[in-house]
Ligand binder design. Structure first.
Ligand code: ATP
Ligand code: AMO
Length: 465
């Protein structure tokens, strides 16, 4: 076969050599006897030129190249030259591809929008407006309706590389700490996180539910002596509210482990895991984070080498001292979470922190009550930039107490009997947590909407593409 070169590998060292690339037509400009194309492969771009005066280039070829629709895929042969001046706007600015042959592999139909318009930052649009120029932008719904085109913008290319690295770092850190990866069923007979937000479906004539979390199964894995487990998998929630941070399908990063004394052992694992993850992202995704910042500017996340732990009561006190009227046994709404995030940042100089010992009444039925004060629970939430990314707890491993808690919270015990029974035959004390992947990426990168970090988002209004 022929030798293909990646656009990102087109550097001055290859000057004079013949190269063959397959890339998209990013932009085209015809200028009489010449044509200038910017070719793009993911985020790498290079200028390709055709001159009629070159011996292998005909008038017809220049005309053909000039008429190529943007986003078409072409095979281009040519030789690499080093231009006198760097090419402004191309990632491979120090070289230019002098074309000797060009063939369209896949012709693009008229586009729903220009990729360059979708890639524009709000800042650039504002600056242009101040100078009296109107730059086109593309609305979120139009972008999502054509997500396969939208994903081609540099920021989107970078976001999903960061997302992949989050999963990689999650796996790495947990494997290193003796966890094994498991896969639990997503077709269930009942709700695992309370009935409200569950999707029902027909399972061979019986009622079925889509998993709202791997909660029951990761716990049963601990009862089966698997010790330390984690899962990366889909989570389904029939959230009938249209917010910036809720999806109807998201990716859960779940972990569960046997513990000796307390849920702080789980927090220790999560602390090491997330510090490893943030450092890893800053090191391995430096370029991607810059590219995201060019369209959506953000400040790097502030975190401490050892993460801050505050009790829920301490958090409430901080809010009260700042003048907020808060119920010490109620849940924090989005606004209060953000307010507390701001206070914590001012006082402790971190945007990543753990809040633990939540009131029992606002936690799921499987949460272990505190021994010293049963109004509280052995549970925690973890926040980035004032928004929740993780929930977790020590679990109840006594079947009698579990049944009692389910009854108190009004759950249909018969639908979860097999789960409760799994604790009857000797169950180790254990705890764990669930992390929302899309939220981690959104908040690490300071993005304003979870749809930006979901490849094909599902929300109450959207089931396609
Ligand atoms: P968890 O299920 O662990 O609480 P979550 O982030 O999905 O995770 P929710 O229980 O859905 O949390 O909501 C947490 C907080 O976010 C709630 O206390 C609520 O005030 C707020 N919230 C949830 N939905 C909305 C909404 N549609 N609009 C505004 N705030 C919301
Ligand atoms: P929880 O319901 O808090 O806990 O979910 C865990 C984490 O998942 C993310 N998340 C969501 N992300 C996008 N869209 C949603 N609708 C959504 N809902 C939740 C959040 C949240 O912190 N079984 C427990 C976890 C455990 O205790 O192990 C659970 O599901 O980042």
């Amino acid at each position: 076969g022929r030798t293909w070169t990646a656009v990102s590998a087109l550097t001055p060292e290859l000057e004079g050599q013949p190269v063959l690339v397959r890339a998209r037509v990013h932009t085209v400009r015809g200028k009489g006897k010449s044509a200038f194309l910017v070719l793009r492969q993911a985020t790498a771009t290079v200028q390709a030129v055709l001159f009629v005066d070159d011996e292998s280039v005909s008038k017809g070829m220049v005309k053909y190249a000039t008429a190529l629709p943007r986003e078409s895929i072409v095979d281009v042969e040519g030789s690499l030259k080093v231009p006198a001046e760097p090419i402004v706007g191309c990632s491979q600015s120090k070289v230019e591809l002098h074309v000797t042959g060009i063939k369209c592999v896949s012709r693009a139909a008229p586009l729903p929008f220009e990729v360059t318009d979708a890639a524009r930052s709000a800042e650039a649009v504002k600056k242009a407006a101040e100078a009296g120029e109107v730059l086109a932008t593309v609305g979120q719904d139009v972008r999502l309706d054509n997500r396969f085109v939208d994903l081609r913008t540099p920021a989107n290319q970078a976001i999903f590389r960061v997302q992949s690295e989050v999963c990689q770092l999650f796996r790495e850190a947990l494997q290193r700490q003796g966890f094994i990866e498991i896969h639990t069923p997503k077709l269930l007979s009942g709700a695992s996180e309370g009935g409200a937000a569950v999707f029902h479906f027909d399972y061979m004539g019986r009622p079925g539910c889509l998993a709202q979390s791997p909660q029951f199964y990761k716990q049963m894995a601990i009862c089966s002596d698997l010790g330390r487990v984690y899962e990366i998998g889909p989570v389904f929630r029939a959230e009938n509210s249209y917010t910036h941070r809720h999806l109807c399908e998201f990716t859960g990063l779940d972990m569960e482990m046997a513990i000796c004394e307390s849920y702080h052992e789980v927090l220790d694992v999560l602390d090491a895991l997330f510090v490893h993850m943030f450092q890893g992202l800053n090191e391995r995704c430096q370029h991607e984070l810059e590219v995201i910042g060019e369209q959506y500017p953000f400040e790097p996340l502030k975190f401490l080498p050892k993460s801050l732990r505050l009790t829920f009561a301490e958090g409430i006190q901080m809010l009260q001292e700042a003048g907020y009227d808060v119920d010490p046994f109620g849940d924090l709404n989005t606004e209060l979470e953000r307010a507390l995030g701001k206070l914590v940042k001012e006082k402790y100089n971190t945007e990543f922190y753990m809040l633990h010992r939540y009131p029992l009444a606002i936690r799921p039925f499987y949460t272990m009550p505190c021994k010293d004060d049963p109004r509280y629970s052995c549970s925690f939430d973890i926040f980035i930039r004032g928004e929740e990314i993780i929930s977790g707890a020590q679990r109840i491993h006594d079947p009698a107490l579990l049944t009692e808690r389910a009854q108190v919270l009004g759950l249909p015990v018969e639908t979860i009997q097999s789960y409760i029974d799994s604790f009857k035959y000797g169950a180790p004390p254990h705890g764990g947590a669930g992390v929302g992947l899309e939220r981690v990426v959104m908040l690490f990168c300071g993005l304003d909407n979870i749809r930006k970090t979901s490849m094909f988002p599902r929300d109450p209004k959207r089931l396609t593409p």
